[in-house]
Design a protein around this ligand. Structure first.
Ligand SMILES: O=C(O)CCC(=O)C(=O)O
Ligand SMILES: [Fe+2]
Length: 353
């Protein structure tokens, strides 16, 4: 992404050590998106997608153009961010009660402390819609964070959307046209820190509510995917990005592409004392995109039709995400004792321990 010059304004981020424990890993495929530029590349990649995507909505992306240094720079910024005093971070609180995840989410304290041991800072798209105050640390690295985010959107998300559209026999630009960077829509880069905790489950099993989620390398094990054979760990490697299909893409594909159920568990014994940083990009459709099944020749031939899709026909990407974020807020804040059932338009949320 960037010319490989060494920047000395922040302490370098070094990855923690890998675990020596033998874990049960999911077997995931890697899509090398650099092949898209080659003749026959999109045909090959979409055939590969069709081969695995029904079995598992998690996969790796290789050939993505980000260097190890680019990624570690983002972790270096994240690490410094979480070291800021709490009163500084809480000046930038996200309004999660209103379903808005931009800004800072603290970890829970008091009676709720047992429920939530992670802090987050969500940095939205760099468009006028999302101009907002940030701590000086973020402003000092604004251009770098922007370049990193734009690279993910333009050089990784859009190529993948072209591959998915091709696989569904749609116009190659079909999904791209629902993800214009400058259009209103809340996608964001997330810095996340889990503090060591004896809780066995650090993030309850869930699906994400966006299009695709990009998880960057993090050697502290804990991320797991639900499979027909039970929960399996996701192996992380410095060379590839972990990607998962999320709700919006599931709804747009009438349930053909599956929003993956995943969770984060307490790391293995030899990594227990370390905090776990996550660097994640949540790509979302534009706010006004209706989450209804596309007219895809492939889906028509297969007779794909999702449960409850009639009632969801009018729901937009923004309404869906706000409803889910606000619901999550009520649970974390202890306003509801157990998970509520309905998300929106009668669609029930499922939780998976
Ligand atoms: O931290 C991780 O590895 C995954 C976090 C996650 O699933 C989420 O924030 O939606
Ligand atoms: Fe998630």
């Amino acid at each position: 992404m960037s010319p490989g010059k060494t920047r000395k304004d922040l302490p370098e981020y070094e990855y923690p050590k890998e675990t020596t424990e033998k874990l049960d890993y999911a077997d995931l495929e890697a899509l090398d998106i650099s092949k898209l530029d080659q003749p026959g590349g999109i045909e090959e990649l979409s055939a590969q997608v069709l081969n695995f995507i029904n079995k598992n909505g998690f996969f790796y992306v290789a050939g993505h153009g980000l260097t190890d240094e680019d990624i570690r720079r983002q972790y270096a910024i994240a690490e410094q961010f979480f070291d800021l005093p709490l009163e500084e971070k809480t000046k930038y609180l996200a309004n999660t009660a209103a379903g808005d995840f931009r800004g800072y989410k603290a970890r829970a304290t008091g009676e709720q402390a047992g429920k939530d041991n992670d802090e987050r800072y969500n940095i939205p798209k760099f468009t006028p819609e999302h101009e907002r105050p940030h701590p000086q640390l973020i402003l000092d690295h604004y251009e770098e964070i922007k370049t990193f985010s734009l690279h993910i959107h333009n050089q990784i998300l859009l190529p993948l959307l072209r591959i998915f559209a091709h696989a569904l026999e749609l116009d190659t630009e079909y999904f791209v046209n629902q993800h214009r960077y400058t259009a209103p829509g809340l996608e964001y880069l997330r810095y996340m820190k889990y503090h060591p905790s004896p809780r066995p489950l650090w993030a309850i099993g869930h699906t994400d509510y966006n299009t695709l989620t990009f998880l960057f390398h993090q050697p502290i094990s804990g991320l797991q995917v639900q499979t027909p054979l039970g929960w399996k760990y996701i192996r992380s490697s410095p060379l590839s990005i972990i990607v998962n299909v999320a709700d919006a893409l599931e709804l747009l594909s009438g349930g053909y592409l599956k929003s993956t159920v995943h969770r984060v568990v307490r790391p293995p014994v030899d990594q227990r004392e370390s905090a776990r940083l996550s660097l994640i990009y949540f790509a979302r459709p534009e706010s006004q995109v209706r989450l209804e099944r596309v007219r895809s020749p492939l889906l028509e031939r297969l007779g794909v039709k999702a449960e409850g899709e009639e009632s969801l026909g009018g729901v937009t990407a923004e309404e869906w995400a706000r409803a889910r974020i606000a619901k999550d807020h009520r649970f974390r804040a202890g306003l509801v004792g157990s998970r509520e059932g309905e998300i929106i338009a009668g669609v029930k949320q499922k939780y998976y321990d």
